[in-house]
Design a protein. Sequence first.
Length: 299
Amino acid sequence: MHGAQLRVWTLGFCLLVFLSVSATAQTPSNNASGGAQPPAPAAGTEKSAAPAPLTNDDVEAMVRAGLDAEIIVAKIRSSPTHFDTSPASLEKLKQDGVPATVILAMVNAGASPSTGAASPAPAAPAAAPAAAAPIEVRVPDGTPVEVELKANVSSEAVEEGTIVDLTVVQPVVVNGHTVIDRGAPARARIVEVKKARHWGRAGQLTWAMQDVTAVDGQRLPARFTKAAEGGGSSGKVAGAVVATAIVFWPAAPLWGLHKGHPAVLPAGQRYQVFVHGDAVVKVPATQPLQPAAPAPKQP
């Protein structure tokens, strides 16, 4: 009798354990079939909302809170803004005790909302147009140039090889282009000098034109004669000019002891000279066209 009861209890206990295990095994299955919850979003994936732009009221609130002007200005510069900077609003800010440095920062921030993004770099300036190439103008042989002496030249003060300075009196125009400017330097050269001597013999100067300066800086060879003279073995200088002093014969019987006068070329004396040989002068492209200048007159 006792053995039968023990078997019944044992069988019931085993059945109870079996039912408990089966119920536990079914719970995750039910969760997997439709009761599972979606995973929580990863931290930091939610986009933070953009801060609201500062307004006049925000600035006045910071002033009332007792914040220093430097702190308020720094906040304005580092935040998006939407200020009302009309004259009436600026007057109200001043009356409400907002410091002038803060009001200036609000004006500089601009009335439109700031995006906080860096301002784009300014566009590079357009490249300057290339300078136009100069115009080449042919200056023919024999082109006349009027020049004048800058200072007196005396046979007593110069020697052979001395350079004589002159200046151009009128601009030289070829085909509407100025190839030699007024006031351009010109040079001559002393070829031979004879000092004034006794017996009333006057001094003598022989000089030749050397060159004139064109607008491009090059020195154009020049001469005194219109046509070029051919070279020879006589040693004569082409285009040379001889200046001799006027001789005054004294009435005294000892006139042979009298010394003659030196030869002098006076300052301001004008001469007509001519370009020696064809030349090419580079004229700036921006130079306006000029009417042809009248030919200089031989003094």
